[in-house]
Design a protein around this ligand. Structure first.
Ligand code: HEM
Length: 466
């Protein structure tokens, strides 16, 4: 498949060719990512080129078969760093480039082997205890609130869970402070890429300072883990990890992986929680059935990972939310050499997008694809190329089980204690990263089961049939 013998000519590939060219297309894409992708798929089919006919800069590859061709062939379709450029010889560069997502081949395999044990079932059981405590703590804080922004609160809880389970930090002050530093650093990456000038008061200068602080902090935590043989957090497990041939992660690699695990893990999970709460709010019958299922399982006593892992409706609700509004709605690779997609040769260095958003809504795979139907998951097992909220292939999310357990724990505690009513007529519009760009305002009251669906405005109405 990935050699170019007997391939069809590239000129056969269709796509929009606006007067102002490729940039105009990308502008449409970033402005209305979902509408734009739907138009491409409906008008041009599963393989679409943007740019000139002979040298497209970008290809969109839609549907399960193309997902397979792109994601399962990492030697041809590589991870791309084109969007972010950080000088490698800075502390920030060391933190950013030492990560699984950007590694390839043997090095990637070796690092995954070292990291994977931190995400095995027995480890997650340990982390789940922190997840439960921190969610209950958030519920207690909510006692003094009536209005919240659901997305901001979900970010708060996933950030706390990430810092605690990754680094074992116990002090409340540290939990929020470290989370905040990491968030500030990731937010500044665009400016760092655009203006890499180290002059006081520039975003680059500030980002370097924050990276330095974080680096010092994570290194001090690494030293601490070496003196705590029984610590049960991810960093402790990474410090202890070694390969069959004795290979271990260097301190620089440990810092990079800790940073990436935090970045890759907390915002995606926060957005998944936000949309699941939203979809339940818009489907009161499902919410009512879910609370009944949760009550039945948790009756007296507390939530535990064992109890909530056995609940079919909770599982279906989360899978359906990740299908309809996937936090990683699109993935990207770049062609390492000229290679084929559907028998057409794509030149080297072309950006190739594959789309969870489009795949998850193909009517031949999912009946009534724009509706929220958790019950479809009771007897439905799509292939990994048909349902891929955590991607698939060698770079599949290493934290997928961690995320599923976290989603289940946070939802089962919050929903039993509070009724979260999204504000009537609020403007709810997700961006490409599935973040609600205007937030998600809501009123919270103690759970009284008086569920009502309030209509909302915004582009969410184009994405879900209520
Ligand atoms: C709902 C939550 C999450 C979603 C939707 C999600 C989604 C994804 C996706 C789609 C990828 C692959 C990207 C690609 O193929 O281009 C990925 C990779 C990754 N994720 Fe997640 N993720 C989530 C939570 C987490 C958590 C909680 C962690 C860690 C604690 C994590 C750590 C990672 C890492 C390290 C990779 C890179 C794996 C590699 O390249 O080998 N993710 N994630």
């Amino acid at each position: 498949m990935n050699n170019n013998k007997g391939a069809s000519p590239l000129a056969e590939l269709q796509g929009p060719r606006p007067a102002l060219g490729w940039r105009m297309n990308m502008l449409h894409f970033f402005r209305s990512p979902f509408r734009f992708q739907r138009q491409l798929y409906e008008q041009y089919g599963d393989l679409v080129s943007l740019g000139t006919t002979d040298k497209p800069k970008t290809i969109f590859a839609f549907g399960p078969e193309l997902n397979r061709q792109v994601v399962a062939n990492p030697d041809y379709f590589e991870m791309s760093t084109a969007l972010v450029k950080i000088p490698k010889d800075t502390v920030m560069g060391q933190m950013f480039y030492n990560n699984l997502i950007l590694m390839a081949g043997e090095k990637h395999k070796q690092h995954r082997r070292l990291i994977q044990p931190s995400f095995h079932h027995e480890q997650i059981v340990q982390y789940s205890k922190d997840m439960i405590l921190l969610t209950e703590q958030l519920c207690d804080e909510w006692q003094h609130k009536q209005e919240i922004d659901v997305n901001a609160e979900m970010k708060k809880i996933t950030q706390r869970i990430a810092v605690k389970t990754l680094m074992g930090t116990y002090k409340d002050k540290d939990l929020d402070q470290i989370g905040e530093l990491i968030s500030q650093l990731t937010k500044s990456l665009l400016w760092v890429t655009l203006t890499p000038v180290d002059i006081p008061y520039t975003p680059y200068h500030r980002a370097l300072r924050i990276a330095g602080q974080l680096n010092d902090y994570i290194r001090s935590m690494i030293d601490q883990k070496r003196t705590e043989p029984h610590a049960a957090d991810v960093l402790a497990s990474l410090v202890k990890a070694h390969d069959e041939d004795g290979a271990k992660l260097s301190d620089e690699e440990l810092v990079g992986h800790t940073f990436t695990l935090f970045v890759a893990g907390h915002e995606t999970t926060a957005n998944a929680l936000t949309w699941t709460i939203f979809l339940l709010n818009q489907h009161p019958n499902v919410l009512s059935n879910l609370i009944e299922e949760l009550d039945g399982a948790v009756q007296q006593g507390t939530v535990s990972m064992d109890k909530i892992n056995k609940l079919p409706l909770l599982e279906g609700v989360i899978k359906e939310s990740l299908r309809l509004l996937p936090p990683a709605s699109i993935g990207t690779r770049v062609t390492a050499v000229p290679c084929e997609l559907n028998g057409i040769t794509i030149p080297a260095s072309t950006n190739v997008f594959f789309s969870q958003f489009i795949t998850h809504r193909i009517p031949e795979l999912y009946s009534e694809p724009n509706r929220f139907k958790p019950e479809r998951w009771l007897d439905f097992k799509p292939s990994p190329f048909e349902y891929l909220p955590f991607s698939t292939g060698p770079h599949m999310c290493v934290g997928w089980y961690f995320a599923m357990v976290e989603l289940k724990i946070v939802l089962s505690i919050l929903l039993r204690r509070y009724r979260i009513g999204i504000t009537r007529n609020a403007k709810i519009s997700p961006n490409l990263m599935m973040r609600p760009v205007h937030g998600m305002p809501a009123r919270i009251v103690k759970q009284d089961r008086a569920f009502v669906r309030e209509p909302v405005r915004g582009t969410i109405n184009e994405l879900v049939d209520f």
